[in-house]
Design a protein. Sequence first.
Length: 96
Amino acid sequence: MLTGKQKRFLRAQAHHLTPIFQVGKGGVNDNMIAQIKEALEARELIKVSILQNNLDDKHEVANALAEGAEAELVQLIGHTVVLYKESRENKTIELP
């Protein structure tokens, strides 16, 4: 579980990132979650964009992504989700 200070730090780190995944009308599936897990292992911090044609509630999509990838939900702003998971091999982010 992240503290408020850690989330604020991660939000600042994620500000310049561009979304590398998009959730469309197909919703969240196992293949997407597997790819997100791999990306989190490589990068630790990623953004995921929820497209307008996705009819699911954005909060449910964000929670499904976080639970499926076993990651922390840092932020949901607009239709952009920020996820963090500490990497085992490629640790680059030092939390305060």
